[in-house]
Design a protein around this ligand. Structure first.
Ligand code: KG4
Ligand code: ZN
Length: 337
C-alpha cells in the first residue's frame, strides 16, 4: 500500500510517499524556522502563513519526485494527514489541503496523530524487526510521554511530563545560555559535547528521578540553571553538560524502569529530542545490558517530516468520514486521531 503523507503541525511543511509503512519512495520538507529565529520564538501567525505559501509547492514537488520514480497518482492508495497536536493555524492548512486532494483524486483520507507518527518513524526500513509489546519514549518540543505499545494502535499511557517537555527545557536552557533564541537543543548538545571536565557534576537536580512514577517535571531544572548561572557564572560548556546529563539521567532511569516493570523486550524512542546523541547512547547501552532491542530512528527522521505520518497511517489505518476529520491542536498521545 502506498500512502501520501502530509504534515503541517508547526513550522515544517512536508509531504512524502511511503510504501507499506516502511519504504520511503520520496519525501520533501520545507521549513519556516529561519523566520522564527529572527523573532526569537515561533509566531503562530507567521508559521500559518508560511504553511499556506509552502503547501502546494511541497506537495507538487513530492508528486513530481514520485513520478520520477515511476509512480503516478493512480498508484496512491490513501492520503494521510497530521490532524494534531500542533498550532491550529498550521494544522488547518495541511488538513484542508489533504481533504481537497482526497476529494479530487477520490482517495481515502487517514487522520494521524503527530506524536504517534514520531513513534512510527522507527518502522522505516525495518519491516518485521519490531516486536510487541514495547515501551516507547516520546520526547519532542511539546511532549514527553512514556507509552506501552501492545500492538499497532493498542497503546497505554504510562506517564509523561507534568510541566515543560524535554525539548522545551533544552530550548529554554539554550536561550538562558545565550546559545539560540529558538530551538537551541542541538546547539546546547554540541556545547555539552565540547565539555572536557564537568566540575558541576551533580549540581543540578534530577527531578522526580526516584519518585516511583513514570511522570517527569523539567520546569524546575531550567530555574536551577538560571540560579546557577546568576550566582557562579560557570563555563557554558559545563552548564550545558550538567543540564544535558540531568535530563538524560531522568529520561533513561524512568524509561528503563518502565521496560523492567512491563517486562518488554523492545524499546522505541521518537521525537526531536531522540536526535540527541547522548540520550541515544545511554538508552542504547542500558537496553543492551538488559537484553532489550532498542530502536531509534536515524537523526533525519527524528525531526518533523511526512514520512512517519504516512508510516503511522499504514499501521493504524483508521479511515474516517470526511466530516469527522478536523484539525485538533490539543490531541494527546492516546488520541489515535
Ligand atoms: O519533534 P520535533 O521536531 O518537534 C515537535 O514535534 O515538537 O522536536 C523539536 C525539539 C526541539 O525542542 C529541539 O530543540 C529538540 O527537539 N532537539 C534536540 C536535539 N535535536 C532537536 N534536543 C536535544 N538534543 C538534540 N540533538
Ligand atoms: Zn514533532
Amino acid at each position: 500500500m502506498k500512502i501520501l503523507g502530509i504534515e503541517s503541525s508547526c513550522d515544517e511543511t512536508a509531504a512524502a510517499v511511503v510504501e507499506d509503512g516502511t519504504k520511503v519512495i520520496c519525501s520533501v520538507v520545507a521549513t519556516s524556522k529561519d523566520f522564527h529565529e529572527k523573532t526569537g520564538g515561533i509566531v503562530p501567525e507567521i508559521a500559518a502563513r508560511k504553511q499556506v505559501e509552502f503547501t502546494v509547492p511541497v506537495i507538487n514537488e513530492c508528486v513530481k519526485q514520485f513520478a520520477e520514480k515511476g509512480g503516478n497518482i493512480n498508484d496512491i492508495d490513501a492520503i494521510a494527514v497530521t490532524v494534531g497536536p500542533g498550532l491550529i493555524g498550521s494544522l488547518v492548512v495541511g488538513v484542508e489541503a489533504a481533504k481537497a486532494l482526497a476529494l479530487a483524486w477520490n482517495k481515502p483520507l487517514i487522520p494521524v496523530n503527530h506524536l504517534v507518527g514520531h513513534i512510527y518513524a522507527n518502522f522505516i526500513d525495518r519491516p518485521n524487526e519490531i516486536v510487541f509489546p514495547a515501551v516507547a519514549l516520546l520526547v519532542s518540543g511539546g511532549h514527553t510521554d512514556l507509552v506501552l505499545l501492545r500492538g499497532h494502535g493498542d497503546f497505554e499511557y504510562i506517564g509523561g511530563t507534568l510541566d515543560d517537555a524535554a525539548g522545551e527545557s533544552f530550548d529554554k536552557t539554550a536561550r538562558l545560555l545565550g546559545l539560540s533564541k529558538y530551538l537551541g537543543g542541538v546547539l546546547l548538545s554540541q556545547k555539552s559535547a565540547a565539555c572536557t571536565k564537568n566540575e558541576l557534576a551533580g549540581r543540578l537536580p534530577r527531578p522526580m528521578i526516584d519518585d516511583g512514577t513514570f511522570d517527569f517535571s523539567f520546569s524546575g531544572l531550567k530555574t536551577a540553571v538560571k540560579n546557577l548561572i546568576e550566582r557562579e557564572h560557570p563555563p557554558v560548556e559545563q552548564v550545558a553538560c550538567e543540564f544535558e546529563t540531568s535530563v538524560v539521567d531522568v529520561l533513561v532511569a524512568k524509561t528503563i524502569r518502565a521496560v523492567k516493570k512491563f517486562g518488554v523486550k523492545t524499546l522505541l524512542m521518537g521525537g526531536g529530542v531522540a536526535a540527541n546523541t547522548h540520550l541515544r547512547a545511554r538508552l542504547g547501552n542500558d537496553a543492551k545490558e538488559l537484553g532489550v532491542s532498542f530502536f531509534v530512528p536515524p537523526i533525519s527522521l527524528c525531526t518533523d517530516n511526512a514520512i512517519y505520518i504516512a508510516a503511522a497511517a499504514n499501521f493504524i489505518n483508521k479511515t474516517k468520514a470526511f466530516d469527522e476529520i478536523v484539525a485538533d491542536p490539543s490531541l494527546g498521545i492516546m488520541d489515535l486521531a
